[in-house]
Design a protein around this ligand. Structure first.
Ligand code: KIV
Length: 265
């Protein structure tokens, strides 16, 4: 089987079919995920919390993401590999260029960046250099201190309108994918109407083209109470490989996310 590419994700959007994505950070887990048929692996800055033990993602560096991207790329030849831009690593155009070079040379096929309309120049820079981008909107964990915690976004009419407008602008500017985190289903529905690129959701409801979860959450090994949008696939399966397969299947047959994993207005 050949490696999943951006073209495959775009076909899912055109054909209204679903794709699966999971975070992974090392060779062993990404090999299991890739062999289970998971379309895409995100080397997320969530590694700052689940691997490094920090209380948020801000301490993660470009060296961390590049290192873990190389580990994943070495073991998951079938899945599309997306890498996260860490906090403030693309604060200037020069830093953004150096950071994208490090992640692309480590093997990333796409770079995910948190933000909003401030990403317009970055999208253009990356487009000019052939780097595919995924803009992360909604609950962007790098903004945790401004949000005052990890809270559902787009709940008021004004906030919802802002998110929809931002998604439309970023789509028109050339973002290749949008990742939507923790927004009510009604916001996702509106964003799907104003965009034509793949939209990946985490806590953004079943209308998204793709779904992503942090690996430790779907395997039920994150300490504490799971977030509303998480389903523990390990609870129903005997091995990690089977849990990954069940996750992929549930996304593709539409049984995940169910209403219990979604947010209302
Ligand atoms: O860093 C990460 O793992 C993420 C996911 C929560 C989407 O951004």
């Amino acid at each position: 089987m050949s490696q999943v590419t951006l073209t495959d994700l775009q076909k899912h959007r055109e054909n209204n079919t679903k794709f699966s994505m999971v975070t992974a950070y090392d060779a062993c887990f990404s090999s299991l995920a890739s062999n289970a048929g998971i379309d895409s692996i995100l080397v997320g800055d969530s590694l700052g919390m689940v691997l490094q033990g920090h209380s948020n993602t801000l301490p993660v560096t470009i060296q961390d993401i590049a290192y873990h991207t190389a580990c994943v790329v070495a073991a998951a030849p079938k899945s599309m590999i997306i890498s996260d831009m860490p906090f403030m690593a693309a604060a200037t155009m020069q830093e953004a260029t150096i950071a994208a070079r490090a992640l692309s040379q480590a093997g990333a096929q796409m770079i995910k960046i948190e933000g909003g309309k401030n990403l317009l120049d970055l999208i253009k820079l990356y487009q000019d250099h052939g780097v595919a981008t995924c803009c992360h909107l909604g609950l962007t964990p790098q903004f945790v201190h401004r949000f005052g915690g990890y809270k559902v976004q787009g709940k008021t009419q004004e906030a919802a309108d802002r998110l929809v407008e931002t998604a439309e602008i970023l789509n028109k500017a050339g973002s290749d994918v949008i990742l939507l985190e923790c927004v009510p289903n009604s916001v996702t529905e509106r964003i799907m109407k104003v965009t034509n690129i793949p939209v990946v959701g985490i806590g953004a409801g079943p209308l998204c083209t793709g779904q992503v979860l942090v690996m430790h959450d779907l395997l039920g090994i994150t300490p504490g109470n799971p977030a509303r949008f998480v389903r523990n696939f390990m609870a129903e399966n005997k091995s990690i490989q089977e849990a990954f397969r069940a996750y992929d299947r549930a996304i593709k047959d539409g049984s995940f996310p169910a209403m219990e994993h979604c947010f209302a207005d």
